[in-house]
Design a protein around this ligand. Sequence first.
Ligand code: FES
Length: 616
Amino acid sequence: MTACTIDFEPVGRRGKCQRNESLLACARRLGVGISSICGGKGTCHACKVQVLSGTVSKPTSSELEAFTSQELKGGWRLACQTYPTSDCKLTVPPESMTTAQRTQVEGLEITVQLEPPVKAYRLQLAAPSLSAPHADADRLLEALNQQHQLHCGKVDIDTMRTLLPKLRSWNWECQAIVRNDEVIALVPWSNRQLGLAIDLGTTKIAGYLVDLSDGRTLAAKGRMNPQISYGEDIISRINGVIKSPDEGVRLRKLVAEALNQLSVELCTEANANAEEIVEAVVVGNTAMHHLFLGLPVRQLALPPFVPAVSRALDIKAHDLGLHIAPGAYVHLLPNIAGFVGADHVAMLLATEVWQAEGPVLALDIGTNTEVSLASNGRISTVSCASGPAFEGGHIKDGMRAATGAIERLRIADDSIQYQTIDQAPPIGICGSGILDALSQLYLAGIIDEGGRIMDNHPRVRTYKGQREFVLVSKKERDGHPAISITQQDIRELQLAKAAIRTGIQVLLETKGCAEEEIKQVIIAGAFGSYIDIANAVTIGMLPLLPLSCFQQVGNAAGMGAKLALISLSKRAEAQAIASRVKYIELASAPNFEQTFIQASYLGQYRIIDGRREEID
Ligand code: FES
C-alpha cells in the first residue's frame, strides 16, 4: 500500500501519510497543531479541515452530522475521521489551529528581596605545575572554598566534562555558579546568571526570562501547549496515556521541545544564550506536572485522585530534556491534590491571598477551575470541572482566543455589536464573547432563567433540528456559514458556570461564611482576565458583590513561578501554603447536587436557608 503525500496549508507542512492513518494522526506526527478536544472520537468537531485537492475516504456518520451536504461537497471534513486515498492538499482554518493564539503572560508584579538559589563566585585559580599537579576539579573546589569561605564538595558531572578546556582557554579566571554545595556551571567572568520561570498550562505555556542578579524580567512570551493535538482537556490526555504508554513518552517530549523552543525565543529577545540559564522553576496543574516528569497519571483519573508526588522537587534540567546550562536544576513547586496543582500554589503565593484577614476568594478559571477561600491564614480549596466551554470547546462555533474570534458582544434590538480579536472578520466566538452572549441573551429576555431559547427575536431560528440564536448571519459573513449560539451551547455554558458557582458556594458553606462577608474576589488566568465581570455576575457565575471587590490579576501562576525563581524564602512560603491548604472534594460535599442544580439557573441569586432566592 503506497503512502500518500499530504500538504497542510497555510502552515506549509508536507509529509507522508499511510492510507490507514487519519489526517489528524498524520498532522500530529508532522507537528501541525490541529485542535482535538475529544481526542479523535469525532464528537467535538474541533478538527475541521478542508480538502482542496486529492481524494479521501467516504464521510462517516460524525461528519454527516458535522457538515451540510454543501460543506461536504466543498471538501470540509473532520481530520480525525478522514483517511487519504491519494495525495492531498488541505487547508487548516484558524479556528482548528492550536497555534497563533493569544497567550497571556502579563500579571501583577511583586517586589521581593533577592535570594536566588544559585550564586556566582569569581575565581582566579593558580595554574597547575609539576610541584602542584592536582586535579582541575579539586583545584576549583579548593580555590572556591578558600577564596569565598564556602563548603562546596562537588562539581556537576557535565560541568566537570568541560572543565579542562574552559579553565585553560580562560587563563584560569572563571565564575563558579554554586547551588547549595555543588558547582553547577562554570562561566566566563563577564557572564550574566539567568533564570527561567514557566507556567505550564493545559492549553498555554507562559515563559519568563529573569536576570537573577537583580530580579528583572528580560523577556516574557507565551505559546500554545503542543499536547493540545492529543486532547484538549487533561482527561483525554490521561486516557491516551492509559491506552498506550508510548503516548506518555510522546507528550513528555512535546513539552520539553516546546520549553526548549520557548527558552531560545526568550534568549533571542534578551540577546542571551540558553546555556546562561542556570535555574528554572516550573509550575503547572498536577497532571501537567506528572506528564512533564514522566510520572504515572492513571491514578489521577480514578478516585481518590492521588498524585504520585506532592512535595516540591529539584531535578536536573538535562534529565527532563531541557537544554539550558547542563548542570542547572529545575525546581517544581508542590502540588496540593490530584486536581489542584503547583500552578494554584503559585497563584496563592503571588496574590498573597493566604495572608488576607477577611474572607478572600481566589479563582483560576480554566477547563478545571480551582477556587480557594482564605481567611485569617486558613485556606480551603476546591477543584471544579468547569470544562472547555469557556475556552470555546463543546460550543458549535466556539474557538480559542485567536484572530477573528468574537471577544466582546452586545445585543442592541435586532442588531449585534461585536468586537473581534485583531479586528479581523469574525470566524467564531471565544470564551469572553461566549460569556457576553449568554449574559446579553438573558438580559434581553431571549433566553429564560432555565436557559431555554424563546421564539421572540428575529435572530432566533430552528436549524438542524435545534433552536439557535444567530450572532452573525450568512449574509453578514458574505456567504460563509452563520455564527450562532445553539440551545446545546447554552446547556454546556450553564454546566460550566454552575460548576464554578457550586465550588464557591460549597467553600462558603464549609467555612460558615456568608457571601456578603467576602472582602475581595481575585480572578486569575487568561479567560478570567478578559471577561466582563458584570456579565459573569449577571448570569450568576460569580456572586453579587460590588464590582470594586473584584480584581483581575492576569497570569498570577506565572508571577508566582517568578517569585519562586528569585527567592528561596518564597519557595519555603509556597511549601507552607501547600501544607496549609485544606482540600475539599466537591462531589462529596453535603447538598452538592442541590447546590449544582440551583447554580445552573441563570440570574443573580443568593442561597438563603438552603434555598435559591433571586436578586433583582
Ligand atoms: S471531531 Fe476530530 S478530534 Fe474531535
